[in-house]
Design a binder for this molecule. Structure first.
Ligand code: NAD
Length: 321
């Protein structure tokens, strides 16, 4: 039985990945500052602890570990990452986590480490046109991410590949593009746009009004969580290291996304555009590399993914009313 650590197992993607790995027959140790918010962890063992603490990280590897999936980060949606208010914490906390997890993985002879980078590494100058963003993997240099979160991700990508070159550890790096689905944060300030819109639609009576940040014409693509964990697993099993995009190529504006939410909810609402952090003007996954290397394409359409997400958020909100 393969033994894996999932760091960030109390978070959205980490929580889903634990369940996926258990289905593949793994022994899974989850680690996070907190337990999963919305369900019991599927992990065999769950350590509540701070990955910024090197002693805590060292202690995780007792008993032997084959694979590490590093998903922990100080992170949130645009309202958390793009205001500038959390830059110091985001860089400091996430860099410490990566430094500690990687060093201990080498110390304990781990064979493979997965690192979750982000589409936020791509340069701002290639994402000014909402219809034609360029996010092909090699376009990342000359570097100019639009946030400190993106800079830390880029630094850590380089850190992981340095360890692969200098120590005998196999590294896999993926750049996630807006992963969404049930059991993700939907309020409190760290939620991302699909969950925020689904919450607003769920909480607004038919005929009412919801707010969208900016003019809503900024574009993004969104990947459903089940497709994401499948891609992570395929990357980890392959002899390809990346960095590689894991995302969808179904590009929509935020206004269109809001309309999809309304349609699955069966509500007609008006959109009011208000000032707010927006990030780059356009961003889309370029999936040519992942198709070529892993023969992976997303299976769940945006509309189907939003439907499943909306239904879960709507039920969660109704349960607390
Ligand atoms: P998340 O915030 O739900 O999960 C991250 C988890 O890390 C949280 O549960 C948090 O408590 C934990 N964590 C933070 N600091 C920690 C510490 N010091 N010690 C232990 N645990 C700590 O985020 P997510 O959406 O599940 O993202 C997982 C990874 O994927 C992150 O690295 C994120 O940057 C990356 N990513 C996500 C997306 C996306 O759309 N969700 C996009 C690009 C990249």
């Amino acid at each position: 039985m393969k033994r894996a650590i999932v760091t960030g197992a109390g978070g959205f993607i980490g929580g889903h990945l634990v369940v996926f790995l258990k289905k593949q027959g793994y022994y899974v140790k989850g680690v996070d500052l907190k337990l999963p918010e919305f369900s019991r962890s599927g992990a065999d063992d769950f350590v509540v602890g701070d990955l910024r603490d090197p002693a805590l990280v060292e202690s995780l590897f007792e008993g032997g570990i084959d694979e590490v999936y590093q998903l922990a980060a100080d992170m949130g949606g645009a309202g958390y990452l793009f205001t500038g208010d959390n830059d110091a914490d985001v860089m400091h906390n996430s860099a410490l986590i990566n430094l500690n997890v990687l060093k201990s993985s080498v110390n304990h002879g781990v064979k493979r480490v997965f690192y979750s980078s982000s589409a936020c590494v791509y340069p701002e100058y290639n994402q000014m046109d909402s219809d034609n963003p360029n996010c092909v993997e090699e376009s990342v240099y000359p570097a100019q991410p639009d946030s400190e979160y993106g800079w830390e991700k880029l630094f850590s990508e380089r850190l992981y590949f340095s360890f692969m070159r200098n120590y005998s550890i196999d590294v896999k790096v993926a750049r996630f593009h807006n992963i969404f689905g049930p059991q993700g944060t939907y309020d409190g300030g760290k939620e991302k746009v699909p969950a925020a819109l689904a919450r607003k639609v769920a909480m607004t009576a038919d005929g009412g009004e919801i707010e969208v940040w900016g003019d809503g014409e900024q574009t993004r693509s969104f990947l459903f969580i089940d497709d994401c964990v499948q891609a992570v697993y395929q990357l980890m099993q392959s002899d390809f290291s990346g960095p590689v995009n894991i995302g969808s190529e179904e590009l929509v504006s935020i206004n269109q996304l809001a309309k999809i939410c309304m349609s699955v909810a069966g509500k007609k609402l008006t959109i009011r555009h208000v000032d707010g952090p927006q990030g780059v003007r356009g961003r889309n996954s370029d999936n040519r590399l992942i198709e070529e290397k892993l023969n992976w394409t997303p299976k769940v359409s945006l509309e189907e993914g939003i439907k499943r997400t909306y239904e879960w958020i709507n039920a969660a909100i109704n349960a607390t009313r």
